[in-house]
Structures are given as structure tokens and as C-alpha cells.
Design a protein around this ligand. Sequence first.
Ligand SMILES: *[C@@H]1O[C@H](CO)[C@@H](O)[C@H](O)[C@H]1NC(C)=O
Ligand SMILES: *[C@@H]1O[C@H](CO)[C@@H](O)[C@H](O)[C@H]1NC(C)=O
Ligand SMILES: *[C@@H]1O[C@H](CO)[C@@H](O)[C@H](O)[C@H]1NC(C)=O
Ligand SMILES: *[C@@H]1O[C@H](CO)[C@@H](O)[C@H](O)[C@H]1NC(C)=O
Ligand SMILES: CC(=O)N[C@H]1CO[C@H](CO)[C@@H](O)[C@@H]1O
Length: 844
Amino acid sequence: MMGVRFAVVVVLVVFGVLDSFSLAANVTYDHRALVIDGERRVLVSGSIHYPRSTPEMWPGLIQKSKDGGLDVIETYVFWNLHEPVRNQYNFEGRNDLVKFIKLVGAAGLYVHVRIGPYVCAEWNYGGFPVWLHFIPGIEFRTDNEPFKAEMKRFTAKIVDVLKQEKLYASQGGPVILSQIENEYGNIQSHYGSAAKSYVQWAATMATSLNTGVPWVMCNQPDAPDPIINTCNGFYCDQFTPNSKNKPKMWTENWSGWFLSFGGASPYRPVEDLAFAVARFYQNGGTFQNYYMYHGGTNFGRTTGGPFIATSYDYDAPIDEYGQVRQPKWGHLREVHKAIKMCEKALVSTEPAVSSLGQNLEATVYKSSSVCSAFLANVNTQSDATVTFNGNSYHLPAWSVSILPDCKNVVLNTAKINSVTMRSSFSNQPLKVDVSASEAFDSGWSWIEEPVGISKNNSFAKLGLSEQINTTADKSDYLWYSLSTDIKGDEPFLENGSETVLHVDSLGHALHVFINGKLAGSGKGSSDNSKVSLEIPITMVPGRNTIDLLSLTVGLQNYGAFFEKRGAGVTGPVKLESQKNSITVDLSSGQWTYQIGLKGEDLGLSSGSSSQWLSQPSLPKNKPLTWYKTTFDAPAGSDPVALDFTGFGKGEAWINGQSIGRYWPSYTASGQCTASCNYKGAYSANKCLKNCGKPSQTLYHVPRSWLKPTGNTVVLFEEIGSDPTRLSFASKQIESLCSHVSESHPPPIDMWSSDSKLQKKGPVLSLECPSPNQVISSIKFASFGTPHGTCGSFSHGQCSSQNALSIVQKACIGSKSCSVQVSIEALGNPCRGKTKSLAVEASCH
Ligand SMILES: *[C@@H]1O[C@H](CO)[C@@H](O)[C@H](O)[C@H]1NC(C)=O
Ligand SMILES: *[C@@H]1O[C@H](CO)[C@@H](O)[C@H](O)[C@H]1NC(C)=O
Ligand SMILES: *[C@@H]1O[C@H](CO)[C@@H](O)[C@H](O)[C@H]1NC(C)=O
Ligand SMILES: *[C@@H]1O[C@H](CO)[C@@H](O)[C@H](O)[C@H]1NC(C)=O
Ligand SMILES: CC(=O)N[C@H]1CO[C@H](CO)[C@@H](O)[C@@H]1O
């Protein structure tokens, strides 16, 4: 036995240099945990969706995940990216699933591959390719033969691709888990008895693929054995799996929430997220996953919804640009370390729960050799002092204290030692290369998109057609065009040639042109995608054209029968006279249809067309205009975004790559609060910011898409804007802050270096975010009762005289520094009060 173990270790060392995973691992589970090579594991996982960043960003994201204490990276698999045309697969560039998994494995982390293939994910059509919709007799996500055949074919294809590359743990790879279906339990009641047989079929189909690692179904209470049913939600501590033989696993813990065009920006305080995580492990959980750990960007036309914004930042621990979000990332790292210090106890025994008072709970994991405990205060208002094992502990409201030795508190979820970073975007105009372009002084050239039918593949039909059936989502745009002759004395005309045009559309947005001129626009919202417009219009005697440009903004991704929710102008379309209530219904007339824009057919997004115009009179604020210019990349390596403040709606491309739909003219509705109280149950609408402002003005441009000079940007603007106002915003970290109280436990690293936990004092630590920086100045330091937040700290009534000079001495010129938060180190400015040290510093 010993000899075998020894041999295994040697082989690992030899191959470990090249690839951390080269030996087959045996992944199973029991009622407490996933079991890897015979050992129960406590695992922390985080979602990163590979197509929401670039391959150039992946290694950095994975490293920051590892540094943040993750063991597993979880991703969905996006069917519509991989099989855009039936039987034609694409695994290139951002779609390179295999490369992504290998990079995660090379970093020594595990992977959870959630194949779905329905993924929801705020992704176009929930990840289904739109061609699926056109298979005769198909019904999605139920016991339907055509659907099951396609689902099985794609699932088997992905499993096969992973097997070929030996990516399953059973083959020596990093993949320890797979998911089939996704949150089907939420909607299955709508599918009657067929749902039950579909779930059975999906489970059997998945297990028959012999991956050698367990499968899960999330939010699926009746998941058949051996599939593990897992929990998704803001909290999962009260969840129990459907069998005594399955572990308690949390596959989606929403670290924040997604943004919609027209919605305010949701955020989730880290104190609450940390509380939810600690409660889950306290109550017997052994695997939890942050949804998202890095949200990223919905490039191109990948957003679902409808109305999901281009940014998928999610208020995640790693922000959209790939930088750590503080203090979220840092505090969760501490939480993960604290939980790992309890791993031995957590996996060796069952939890013993006892009450310490109302809403006060102790959970102890004690075996003959180890003891770890969690003390929770689930009161939403009041702090408490509890007695546990004869010692007294202060528990702030809505917090959990973690005691890896059943005695010393190494972490309380509400007490943050981590730094906060204050960052800002600084704008600079686009450095337009006037010489490189044939354009005049502005540097911009343009092409007008014709109003109405301009392509030779248009077609005429009686009546109004649903949009997705018509376009197959080849484009966001569908023209509905109708000509009508009037004499001028028709009874529905109110004042000479005036009347009201009434248009009803299933959504998602609509521009109405009368005789070539924009007469009105309308849009739905994420609550109700429908558009209903009443526009006063003026007709001319003779021929009049009504051109309706209907557009989709991401296809529905959630709900029972979501594939049947249509879009576009399904009517009625009527001319109405308010005066004499005469209406003329145009719905069943002879409509001419054009799928997509002329500029799309011409490939204008790449910038390479001979038709670009560049006279001195650049048209501004003109609907349906394509714009192009050449520019130099902003200097430096800070993350950059294009700032579309003041623009209408459209899509933008950098060197031919779509950075997504932009829509800054859609402002955020909703109830925002000045600050967010983390105490009490979180929900998606609890903490919102940005109300009344554009939902999204900044659009991430990955650095790897830029060359130093000679970059092309192309925009298609639907409503009207001045392209010369486009600017770059680059993200800079302005300062580091930290605020640590005398009541905080010391940072975890100070504990774990000891073999035995000892009582130590709290410490304030600072570290510059980039390796070649040092702390250059201390903008603020106060020990006593300082208040405010990073950037607006101020001294309280109680304030030590020498805190600033002590902090300056300890920190300036160093990459990182630590200061003891104690009266011994900093003096005692006032007696009988709990004091804290607040510091704001900058790095250069
Ligand atoms: C894998 O582990 C399980 C449980 O620990 C054990 O029953 C099984 O025999 C192992 N399989 C192999 C191939 O080692
Ligand atoms: C239709 O237009 C496209 C370019 O817009 C052109 O390539 C094609 O030849 C045209 N087809 C016909 C039948 O005119
Ligand atoms: C019709 O004309 C009257 C008087 O000129 C005016 O008050 C009214 O607003 C007009 N109606 C419409 C629909 O424009
Ligand atoms: C699309 O067309 C199919 C077949 O004609 C029809 O059954 C379906 O209802 C249409 N979908 C929508 C959303 O209108
Ligand atoms: C039930 C529910 O709201 N599920 C959502 C959980 O969060 C993920 C990610 O935001 C969504 O895809 C689900 O729709």
C-alpha cells in the first residue's frame, strides 16, 4: 500500500511540470461530498464562460480564480456557438472549449462542464441554435423525438470532443463533473407527464455516455439516480438533496445579478455573499459555485433576454475587464481559506447543530482528532454575544464566525480585512488617424443605410409574418414595407392628409418610417417585450410608403415554451382616425420583406468596402447610418472601453470583431437606494444603482483586439448620433483603501502559518495591485472612530495624532505593508470605545 502511494507521488512530480493532471482520478460521491481518489473534498467553484472573454484573457482570469481560492471552474457549453449550422462545428477562438479546459487544468484547477445543452445563461435563445426551431415537429425540452435526437447528438459530440482530448478526470484530465439539462425543475409542471419521462430519458442518455465522472441536474428535485440534484439560488443552506446518498451541492450562487437594457445595475454586498457561502458550508454543503466569478461581456449578438445588456459584469469577484473587484474578491478569498482550514473536520463527520439563542446557531464538526465550528447570527437587525464552549463571542447581525479549532475565530463574514480599490474611468477622444483615412478633417467616413427595401432578395407576402420564423435570427433587423395610394379625401384622414398609424409588435423594438422619414420609434422592456405605437403621420396624395424596421435584441432565453415566443410586427397595423373612429386595417395587405440590412450584406462591419463616403459634410444625428474611422490604440495597458454616451442604438465593430450591441439611449428605470444594507435576505432588486442614467455607456474593447495604430472602428447607428463624440475610457486604479477594526480577527495567512492557532491582533495590510508598483503616498490615515468610504474617509471625534506618520513609515516605498491595529501600535486616542484604522493609499 505504502509502496503504491509512493510510486504515484513520484509520477505526479515528474509529469506535474507539464500538466497537473496526467493520472486518472476516480471521482465519485457519497452523502457528504464529492470523493476524489477515495477522499471527500470540500470544493469552491466559480463560473467563467469562455466566450464571454478572449483566449488572451483566459490565463489571467484562471490565475486570479486560483489566487482567490477556487478549486473548480465551471462553464456552460454554448451549442449555438459550436454548431451554428447543423453538423458544422466551430471550436475556434473564443469558442475553443478544449483550450479553455486545458488552461484550467494546467493551472491545477478542476472543471465542471455544464453541457445543458439548454443553458439559459442570459444567452441568445438559451444557447439553442435557431435552426433547431425549424426541424419539423420539434418541441423543446420535453419528451419529443426530434428534440431528443438533436440533444443527444450534441451532448454526445461534446463528450466525445472532451474524451478525445482526455479531459475527463477518469482519463487524467481536469473535468470532475458534468451537468445535463438546466433548472428544468423550475418549469417542468408546464409540460405535464412528458416532463417526467424527459427527465428520465435525459438522465439515462447522459449516464450512458460513460464519462467516468458524476453528472448533476440543478434545480431538479426528481433527478434520477445516479444524477445528483443540486441547488441554484442566492442562498442554498436549507437545501437537501433527494437521496441520502447524495452530497449537498450548490451549482449557482448568484454573486450579483445581470444587467438589462432599460434596467438599473444590480450589485450584491460581499458581507451578504460571504454570509451565504459560510452558511452553506456550515449546514453541510461541500461544493458551492459562484455564478458568476467572472461574468465578462456578451460580444456580438450573443445576449439573450430579450434586452440583456452587452456587459455581463454581474458584480462578480473578477470584473468585466478581468480585474479583481475589491473588497469582494479579497474577502471571499479569506472566506475560502477559513473554510479550507475546516476541511478535515467537515469531511470526517456529520454536523451537530445547537441553538445559542433565537436566530443564533452553532454547528460543530467534531471527530476524535479534529474540531471545527461555525457560529451564525441570522438576525437581520441585532448583534449578539454568545457563549460557546465556555468562551464568549461577539456575532454581528447576519454574520457567521468560522472557528477551525472550535475556539479561535479566524474570520467573521461581516468583518472585512481586504482592501478596497477605488478606480475610475478617464476619457480620451479617439485618436483618429486623419492621414490614414481618405476622410476629411473629422477623419470619419460613412454610408447611409437605405430606408425600406433595397436588397434584391426581398420578397412579398400577404399579411404580417412573425420575425424569428422569417429571419431565422440571421440578423436583428427585418423590414416590413407597404405602399398605399391615397387620394387625400379618404374618410379616415383627419385634417387633410393627417392620420394616426397604429402598430402592434411582439417586440423587441421598432422604427417607423413614413415616406422615407423616421416618424417614431418604440421599444419593449425586459418585463414586456411588446411594442405598441400610435404615431400621428402625414400622408401625401398619391403613393405613400410605410416602412417598419423591426428588431430583436437577444432572443428569449428562459421560461416554459420560450422558443414559441415570437417577435416582430404581427399586427394589427392600422390607420386610425380619432375623430370619427374609422380605421383602415393594413395588416392583411401585400407587405414586402427584407431580412437584414444592405450594409450587413456588403460586409461593412469589416470596414472594407469601396462605398465609404468622405466628403467634408459628415452627416450627424441621421438615422440608419454606418460610420467608420481609423484610430490609434490608447496608450498603456489599462483595460479600455468605448464610451457611447450620447449615442442612440446600434452595434460596433473593432477591426471586424463585434463588441456587441450598444444602447445608451435606454435609461435605467427601477428603485435605487443610496446604499445597500447587506443585512437580511438579498434579492435581484434589492440593491440597484444607476437609476435614471443610461443602463450601459461603456463597452469593453479587449486589448488583444487592438493594434498600436491603424485600427478600424465601424458603427451602425439606428437612431442618430455624432460619431466624433466617441471616446475611449480607460480604467485606472486611483487608490487602495482598508478599514480594519480592533474587533477584527487577523488576516487568515497570519493564522495558517501557525501549526496551532494562537490569539493575535488585527492587522491592516495593503498591497499594490500591479507587481511593479510601490505605495507612493498615504492620502488618509486615522485611528479612532473614522467614518466614510474609500475616497471619502474623514476623522471621527476620536483620532490618534500619530496614525498617519506610523502608516507612512510602514508603507511608503514598499510594494506591500502591514500595520497592527492596536493601541500598543497606534496609541490610545480615546478609552472605552472600539477603535478602527482607516487608510487610503496610492501606488505608482
Ligand atoms: C472509485 O472509488 C469508489 C468509491 O471510493 C470505489 O468504490 C471504486 O472501486 C473506485 N474505482 C476505481 C476504478 O478505483
Ligand atoms: C443581389 O445582390 C448581391 C449583392 O448585394 C449580388 O451579389 C447578387 O448577384 C445579386 N443577385 C441578383 C440576382 O441580382
Ligand atoms: C387637426 O387640426 C386641428 C386644427 O387645425 C388641430 O387642433 C388638431 O391637432 C389636428 N389634428 C391632428 C391629429 O393633428
Ligand atoms: C413559426 O412558424 C410555425 C410554422 O409555420 C408556426 O407553427 C409557429 O407558430 C410560428 N412561430 C411564431 C412564433 O409565430
Ligand atoms: C430561477 C432563476 O431565476 N434562475 C436564474 C438563475 O440565475 C441564472 C444566471 O443568472 C439564470 O440563468 C437563471 O435563469
